[in-house]
Design a protein around this ligand. Structure first.
Ligand SMILES: [Zn+2]
Ligand SMILES: [Zn+2]
Length: 387
Protein backbone atom coordinates (compact mmCIF):
# COMPACT_ATOMS: atom_id res chain seq x y z
CA UNK A 1 0.00 0.00 0.00
CA UNK A 2 1.33 3.48 -0.84
CA UNK A 3 1.89 4.63 2.71
CA UNK A 4 3.85 7.85 3.10
CA UNK A 5 7.37 6.76 4.15
CA UNK A 6 7.87 9.53 6.65
CA UNK A 7 4.67 8.46 8.38
CA UNK A 8 5.85 4.82 8.58
CA UNK A 9 8.84 6.16 10.51
CA UNK A 10 6.42 7.52 13.14
CA UNK A 11 4.53 4.24 13.48
CA UNK A 12 6.20 3.20 16.76
CA UNK A 13 5.79 6.65 18.31
CA UNK A 14 2.12 6.86 17.39
CA UNK A 15 1.54 3.33 18.72
CA UNK A 16 3.14 4.37 21.98
CA UNK A 17 0.84 7.44 22.30
CA UNK A 18 -2.16 5.28 21.41
CA UNK A 19 -1.36 2.75 24.12
CA UNK A 20 -0.69 5.47 26.66
CA UNK A 21 -4.13 6.98 25.95
CA UNK A 22 -5.62 3.48 26.07
CA UNK A 23 -4.20 2.89 29.55
CA UNK A 24 -5.69 6.19 30.78
CA UNK A 25 -9.26 6.32 29.42
CA UNK A 26 -11.55 9.20 30.33
CA UNK A 27 -15.31 9.68 29.96
CA UNK A 28 -17.43 12.28 28.20
CA UNK A 29 -16.20 15.85 28.81
CA UNK A 30 -13.75 14.74 31.55
CA UNK A 31 -10.94 14.08 29.08
CA UNK A 32 -8.52 16.39 30.88
CA UNK A 33 -5.45 14.16 30.78
CA UNK A 34 -5.99 13.25 27.13
CA UNK A 35 -6.60 16.87 26.10
CA UNK A 36 -3.46 17.98 27.97
CA UNK A 37 -1.43 15.27 26.23
CA UNK A 38 -2.81 16.35 22.84
CA UNK A 39 -2.01 20.03 23.49
CA UNK A 40 1.50 19.14 24.71
CA UNK A 41 2.22 17.04 21.61
CA UNK A 42 0.89 19.70 19.23
CA UNK A 43 3.22 22.21 20.89
CA UNK A 44 6.14 19.82 20.55
CA UNK A 45 5.38 19.44 16.81
CA UNK A 46 5.51 23.21 16.29
CA UNK A 47 1.82 23.60 15.41
CA UNK A 48 1.16 27.33 14.78
CA UNK A 49 -1.78 27.86 17.11
CA UNK A 50 -3.22 25.64 19.83
CA UNK A 51 -6.52 26.45 21.51
CA UNK A 52 -7.79 24.39 24.45
CA UNK A 53 -11.11 24.45 26.29
CA UNK A 54 -13.39 24.59 23.25
CA UNK A 55 -16.56 22.64 24.03
CA UNK A 56 -15.24 22.37 27.61
CA UNK A 57 -12.25 20.13 26.94
CA UNK A 58 -11.85 20.11 23.15
CA UNK A 59 -8.51 21.02 21.58
CA UNK A 60 -7.90 22.67 18.20
CA UNK A 61 -4.53 22.98 16.42
CA UNK A 62 -3.85 25.21 13.41
CA UNK A 63 -1.14 24.24 10.91
CA UNK A 64 -0.29 26.63 8.10
CA UNK A 65 0.97 25.28 4.80
CA UNK A 66 4.11 26.61 3.14
CA UNK A 67 1.82 28.61 0.87
CA UNK A 68 -1.36 30.48 1.73
CA UNK A 69 -2.61 31.54 -1.70
CA UNK A 70 -5.59 29.18 -1.81
CA UNK A 71 -7.17 30.78 1.23
CA UNK A 72 -8.66 27.39 2.05
CA UNK A 73 -8.94 25.70 5.43
CA UNK A 74 -9.63 22.02 5.95
CA UNK A 75 -10.70 20.57 9.32
CA UNK A 76 -9.77 17.03 10.40
CA UNK A 77 -11.55 15.66 13.44
CA UNK A 78 -10.81 12.96 16.03
CA UNK A 79 -12.66 12.05 19.24
CA UNK A 80 -10.94 11.53 22.60
CA UNK A 81 -13.45 9.92 24.99
CA UNK A 82 -13.81 6.34 26.25
CA UNK A 83 -16.74 4.22 27.46
CA UNK A 84 -18.05 3.01 30.84
CA UNK A 85 -17.02 -0.61 30.15
CA UNK A 86 -14.71 -2.86 32.17
CA UNK A 87 -11.84 -4.05 29.97
CA UNK A 88 -11.48 -7.82 30.36
CA UNK A 89 -8.30 -8.64 28.42
CA UNK A 90 -4.95 -8.38 30.21
CA UNK A 91 -2.88 -6.31 27.80
CA UNK A 92 0.34 -4.56 28.84
CA UNK A 93 -1.50 -1.27 28.27
CA UNK A 94 -4.81 -2.35 29.84
CA UNK A 95 -6.99 0.44 31.25
CA UNK A 96 -5.77 1.59 34.66
CA UNK A 97 -9.24 2.97 35.45
CA UNK A 98 -11.72 0.34 36.64
CA UNK A 99 -14.95 0.33 34.63
CA UNK A 100 -13.65 2.65 31.92
CA UNK A 101 -12.05 1.63 28.64
CA UNK A 102 -11.36 2.76 25.10
CA UNK A 103 -13.75 0.28 23.50
CA UNK A 104 -14.55 2.42 20.45
CA UNK A 105 -10.98 3.11 19.31
CA UNK A 106 -11.02 6.83 20.03
CA UNK A 107 -7.54 6.30 21.50
CA UNK A 108 -6.49 5.29 17.98
CA UNK A 109 -8.33 8.20 16.35
CA UNK A 110 -6.62 10.70 18.64
CA UNK A 111 -3.18 9.14 18.12
CA UNK A 112 -3.61 9.01 14.32
CA UNK A 113 -4.62 12.66 14.12
CA UNK A 114 -1.64 13.56 16.32
CA UNK A 115 0.54 11.63 13.86
CA UNK A 116 -0.96 13.60 10.98
CA UNK A 117 -0.39 16.88 12.84
CA UNK A 118 3.27 15.96 13.36
CA UNK A 119 3.74 15.13 9.68
CA UNK A 120 1.87 18.22 8.43
CA UNK A 121 3.73 20.57 10.79
CA UNK A 122 7.05 19.07 9.69
CA UNK A 123 6.44 19.01 5.91
CA UNK A 124 3.87 21.81 5.34
CA UNK A 125 3.55 20.64 1.78
CA UNK A 126 0.20 22.33 1.11
CA UNK A 127 -1.30 25.68 0.17
CA UNK A 128 -3.74 26.73 2.86
CA UNK A 129 -4.47 25.79 6.47
CA UNK A 130 -5.10 22.46 8.19
CA UNK A 131 -7.07 22.52 11.43
CA UNK A 132 -6.88 19.45 13.65
CA UNK A 133 -9.93 19.06 15.90
CA UNK A 134 -9.89 16.85 19.01
CA UNK A 135 -13.36 16.64 20.51
CA UNK A 136 -14.59 15.34 23.87
CA UNK A 137 -17.84 13.48 24.59
CA UNK A 138 -18.61 11.70 21.35
CA UNK A 139 -20.23 8.81 23.24
CA UNK A 140 -23.48 10.54 24.09
CA UNK A 141 -22.42 13.93 25.42
CA UNK A 142 -22.51 15.90 22.19
CA UNK A 143 -18.98 17.31 22.43
CA UNK A 144 -18.97 17.94 18.68
CA UNK A 145 -22.20 19.91 18.99
CA UNK A 146 -20.67 22.01 21.79
CA UNK A 147 -17.57 22.84 19.74
CA UNK A 148 -19.74 23.88 16.76
CA UNK A 149 -22.03 25.91 19.06
CA UNK A 150 -19.05 27.83 20.40
CA UNK A 151 -18.32 29.01 16.87
CA UNK A 152 -15.35 26.79 16.05
CA UNK A 153 -16.10 26.71 12.31
CA UNK A 154 -16.12 30.51 11.93
CA UNK A 155 -13.35 31.16 14.42
CA UNK A 156 -10.87 29.00 12.49
CA UNK A 157 -12.39 29.72 9.06
CA UNK A 158 -12.99 26.02 8.37
CA UNK A 159 -14.35 25.46 4.83
CA UNK A 160 -14.67 21.68 4.88
CA UNK A 161 -14.46 19.08 7.63
CA UNK A 162 -13.58 15.37 7.57
CA UNK A 163 -13.91 12.54 10.08
CA UNK A 164 -12.70 8.94 10.26
CA UNK A 165 -13.72 5.94 12.38
CA UNK A 166 -12.06 2.54 12.67
CA UNK A 167 -14.30 -0.35 11.70
CA UNK A 168 -13.93 -3.94 12.90
CA UNK A 169 -15.49 -6.31 10.38
CA UNK A 170 -14.39 -4.22 7.39
CA UNK A 171 -11.30 -5.79 5.74
CA UNK A 172 -7.94 -4.54 7.04
CA UNK A 173 -6.88 -1.32 5.30
CA UNK A 174 -10.12 -0.91 3.36
CA UNK A 175 -11.83 2.47 3.35
CA UNK A 176 -15.63 2.49 3.22
CA UNK A 177 -17.88 5.45 2.63
CA UNK A 178 -21.06 6.50 0.85
CA UNK A 179 -22.52 9.84 -0.24
CA UNK A 180 -25.65 11.00 1.61
CA UNK A 181 -27.02 9.50 4.84
CA UNK A 182 -24.59 6.94 6.27
CA UNK A 183 -25.44 6.82 9.98
CA UNK A 184 -28.70 7.38 11.84
CA UNK A 185 -30.16 10.14 13.94
CA UNK A 186 -29.99 8.95 17.53
CA UNK A 187 -32.71 10.20 19.88
CA UNK A 188 -33.74 9.25 23.39
CA UNK A 189 -37.20 9.13 24.89
CA UNK A 190 -38.68 8.96 28.38
CA UNK A 191 -42.33 8.03 28.91
CA UNK A 192 -43.80 8.79 32.33
CA UNK A 193 -47.10 7.13 33.20
CA UNK A 194 -49.30 8.09 36.12
CA UNK A 195 -52.27 5.97 37.14
CA UNK A 196 -53.72 5.13 40.52
CA UNK A 197 -51.85 2.83 42.83
CA UNK A 198 -53.46 0.50 45.30
CA UNK A 199 -53.94 -3.02 46.54
CA UNK A 200 -53.20 -5.62 43.88
CA UNK A 201 -56.15 -7.70 45.10
CA UNK A 202 -58.61 -4.90 44.32
CA UNK A 203 -58.01 -4.09 40.64
CA UNK A 204 -61.38 -2.34 40.34
CA UNK A 205 -60.01 0.44 42.60
CA UNK A 206 -56.76 1.11 40.73
CA UNK A 207 -55.54 2.39 37.38
CA UNK A 208 -52.80 -0.08 36.61
CA UNK A 209 -49.69 1.65 35.22
CA UNK A 210 -47.96 -1.66 34.41
CA UNK A 211 -50.85 -2.60 32.11
CA UNK A 212 -50.81 0.87 30.51
CA UNK A 213 -47.04 0.63 30.03
CA UNK A 214 -47.36 -2.79 28.41
CA UNK A 215 -49.98 -1.47 25.95
CA UNK A 216 -47.88 1.60 25.11
CA UNK A 217 -44.82 -0.56 24.56
CA UNK A 218 -46.72 -2.85 22.20
CA UNK A 219 -48.45 -0.01 20.33
CA UNK A 220 -45.14 1.79 19.79
CA UNK A 221 -44.02 -1.15 17.66
CA UNK A 222 -46.78 -0.28 15.19
CA UNK A 223 -45.09 3.03 14.28
CA UNK A 224 -42.24 1.46 12.30
CA UNK A 225 -44.39 -1.33 10.86
CA UNK A 226 -47.55 0.70 10.04
CA UNK A 227 -46.65 4.42 9.79
CA UNK A 228 -43.14 4.55 8.31
CA UNK A 229 -42.80 3.94 4.57
CA UNK A 230 -41.41 0.37 4.34
CA UNK A 231 -38.54 1.46 2.08
CA UNK A 232 -37.35 3.93 4.75
CA UNK A 233 -35.35 2.89 7.82
CA UNK A 234 -36.44 3.43 11.41
CA UNK A 235 -35.94 1.82 14.81
CA UNK A 236 -37.86 2.28 18.04
CA UNK A 237 -36.44 0.29 20.93
CA UNK A 238 -37.90 0.41 24.42
CA UNK A 239 -34.94 -0.50 26.59
CA UNK A 240 -36.15 0.05 30.16
CA UNK A 241 -39.52 -0.46 31.84
CA UNK A 242 -39.57 0.49 35.50
CA UNK A 243 -42.59 0.03 37.73
CA UNK A 244 -43.42 -1.20 41.17
CA UNK A 245 -41.61 -2.53 44.24
CA UNK A 246 -43.92 -5.14 45.72
CA UNK A 247 -45.84 -8.21 44.56
CA UNK A 248 -49.11 -7.02 46.08
CA UNK A 249 -49.09 -3.32 45.19
CA UNK A 250 -50.20 -1.81 41.88
CA UNK A 251 -47.69 1.02 41.31
CA UNK A 252 -48.90 4.61 41.04
CA UNK A 253 -46.31 5.39 38.34
CA UNK A 254 -44.31 3.64 35.66
CA UNK A 255 -41.59 4.74 33.29
CA UNK A 256 -40.38 3.52 29.91
CA UNK A 257 -37.23 4.75 28.18
CA UNK A 258 -35.56 3.90 24.92
CA UNK A 259 -34.05 5.10 21.69
CA UNK A 260 -35.40 6.07 18.26
CA UNK A 261 -33.27 6.03 15.07
CA UNK A 262 -33.88 7.13 11.49
CA UNK A 263 -31.97 8.00 8.34
CA UNK A 264 -34.04 11.03 7.33
CA UNK A 265 -35.30 14.21 9.03
CA UNK A 266 -38.86 13.57 7.75
CA UNK A 267 -39.06 10.10 9.28
CA UNK A 268 -37.57 11.51 12.46
CA UNK A 269 -40.43 14.05 12.69
CA UNK A 270 -42.97 11.33 11.96
CA UNK A 271 -41.67 9.10 14.77
CA UNK A 272 -41.91 11.88 17.32
CA UNK A 273 -45.47 12.85 16.30
CA UNK A 274 -46.80 9.28 16.22
CA UNK A 275 -45.08 8.30 19.47
CA UNK A 276 -46.64 11.27 21.25
CA UNK A 277 -50.12 10.36 19.96
CA UNK A 278 -49.76 6.72 20.97
CA UNK A 279 -48.39 7.49 24.42
CA UNK A 280 -51.05 10.06 25.33
CA UNK A 281 -54.05 8.33 23.80
CA UNK A 282 -53.20 4.83 24.95
CA UNK A 283 -52.88 6.09 28.51
CA UNK A 284 -56.15 8.03 28.18
CA UNK A 285 -57.95 4.88 27.03
CA UNK A 286 -57.15 3.34 30.43
CA UNK A 287 -57.91 6.48 32.42
CA UNK A 288 -54.22 7.12 33.05
CA UNK A 289 -51.98 10.01 32.03
CA UNK A 290 -48.71 9.65 30.16
CA UNK A 291 -46.18 12.10 28.73
CA UNK A 292 -43.51 11.65 26.09
CA UNK A 293 -40.22 13.48 26.57
CA UNK A 294 -38.59 13.04 23.15
CA UNK A 295 -35.00 14.27 23.22
CA UNK A 296 -33.24 14.88 19.93
CA UNK A 297 -29.61 13.94 20.32
CA UNK A 298 -27.51 13.31 17.19
CA UNK A 299 -28.84 14.20 13.72
CA UNK A 300 -28.48 11.89 10.71
CA UNK A 301 -24.84 11.71 9.62
CA UNK A 302 -25.06 12.70 5.98
CA UNK A 303 -21.97 12.90 3.78
CA UNK A 304 -21.93 15.75 1.27
CA UNK A 305 -21.73 14.07 -2.17
CA UNK A 306 -18.83 16.11 -3.57
CA UNK A 307 -16.72 15.73 -0.41
CA UNK A 308 -17.54 12.00 -0.13
CA UNK A 309 -16.33 11.57 -3.70
CA UNK A 310 -13.15 13.46 -2.83
CA UNK A 311 -12.60 11.40 0.34
CA UNK A 312 -12.93 8.25 -1.80
CA UNK A 313 -10.37 9.59 -4.25
CA UNK A 314 -7.91 10.28 -1.43
CA UNK A 315 -8.58 6.83 0.06
CA UNK A 316 -7.68 5.24 -3.28
CA UNK A 317 -4.28 6.97 -3.14
CA UNK A 318 -3.58 5.17 0.13
CA UNK A 319 -5.38 1.84 -0.28
CA UNK A 320 -6.35 -0.38 -3.20
CA UNK A 321 -9.52 -1.34 -1.32
CA UNK A 322 -12.17 1.40 -1.29
CA UNK A 323 -15.90 0.75 -1.00
CA UNK A 324 -17.95 3.76 -2.13
CA UNK A 325 -21.25 2.09 -1.26
CA UNK A 326 -20.84 1.03 2.37
CA UNK A 327 -24.13 -0.10 3.98
CA UNK A 328 -26.01 2.40 6.11
CA UNK A 329 -26.13 1.65 9.83
CA UNK A 330 -28.51 2.77 12.57
CA UNK A 331 -25.71 3.77 14.95
CA UNK A 332 -25.26 7.51 15.57
CA UNK A 333 -22.23 9.82 15.36
CA UNK A 334 -21.56 13.18 16.90
CA UNK A 335 -19.60 14.22 13.79
CA UNK A 336 -23.04 14.78 12.21
CA UNK A 337 -23.17 18.20 13.92
CA UNK A 338 -19.97 19.23 12.13
CA UNK A 339 -21.39 18.00 8.81
CA UNK A 340 -24.49 20.11 9.43
CA UNK A 341 -22.26 23.15 9.83
CA UNK A 342 -19.85 22.55 6.93
CA UNK A 343 -19.53 20.32 3.85
CA UNK A 344 -17.45 17.24 4.48
CA UNK A 345 -17.39 13.48 4.77
CA UNK A 346 -16.96 10.71 7.32
CA UNK A 347 -15.10 7.55 6.33
CA UNK A 348 -14.56 4.12 7.91
CA UNK A 349 -11.12 2.55 7.97
CA UNK A 350 -11.31 -1.24 8.15
CA UNK A 351 -9.32 -2.81 10.96
CA UNK A 352 -9.98 -6.39 9.94
CA UNK A 353 -11.50 -9.30 11.77
CA UNK A 354 -11.26 -8.02 15.34
CA UNK A 355 -13.67 -7.79 18.24
CA UNK A 356 -16.52 -5.31 17.62
CA UNK A 357 -16.84 -1.77 18.95
CA UNK A 358 -18.15 -1.33 22.52
CA UNK A 359 -17.19 -4.94 23.42
CA UNK A 360 -15.10 -5.48 26.58
CA UNK A 361 -12.47 -7.39 24.53
CA UNK A 362 -12.21 -4.76 21.77
CA UNK A 363 -8.85 -3.16 20.97
CA UNK A 364 -7.80 -0.66 18.32
CA UNK A 365 -5.60 -2.31 15.68
CA UNK A 366 -2.30 -0.41 15.70
CA UNK A 367 -1.40 -1.85 12.30
CA UNK A 368 -3.85 0.53 10.59
CA UNK A 369 -2.06 3.61 11.97
CA UNK A 370 0.16 4.37 8.94
CA UNK A 371 -2.81 3.90 6.60
CA UNK A 372 -5.08 6.22 8.57
CA UNK A 373 -2.39 8.87 9.06
CA UNK A 374 -1.46 8.73 5.35
CA UNK A 375 -5.14 9.31 4.51
CA UNK A 376 -5.19 12.46 6.65
CA UNK A 377 -1.94 13.73 5.15
CA UNK A 378 -2.98 13.00 1.55
CA UNK A 379 -6.35 14.60 2.15
CA UNK A 380 -4.74 17.91 3.11
CA UNK A 381 -2.05 17.75 0.41
CA UNK A 382 -4.58 16.88 -2.29
CA UNK A 383 -7.32 19.32 -1.27
CA UNK A 384 -4.80 22.18 -1.11
CA UNK A 385 -1.87 21.27 -3.40
CA UNK A 386 1.25 23.43 -2.93
CA UNK A 387 2.53 22.98 -6.49
ZN1 LIG B 1 -18.67 4.31 20.15
ZN1 LIG C 1 -16.66 5.80 18.19
Amino acid sequence: MPIINRISEFHDDITEWRRDIHAHPELQFDVNRTAALVAEKLKEFGVDEIVTGIGQTGVVGVIKGRKSQSGRTIGLRADMDALPIQEIVDRPYKSKTPGVMHACGHDGHTAMLLGAARYLAETRNFDGTAVVIFQPAEEGGGGGREMVKEGMMDRFGIDEVYGMHNAPGIPFGQFSIRPGPMMASADMFIIDIEGKGGHAARPQRVIDTTLVGAHIMTALQSVVSRNVDPVEAAVISVTTFKAGDAFNVVPQTAQLTGTARTLSPEVRDLLEIRMKEIVEHTAAAFGAKATLDYQRHYPVLSNHPEQAEFAGKVARMVSDKVDMNTPQVMGGEDFSFMLEARPGAFIYIGQGDTQYLHHPEYDFNDEIIPIGVSYWAKLVETAMPAD
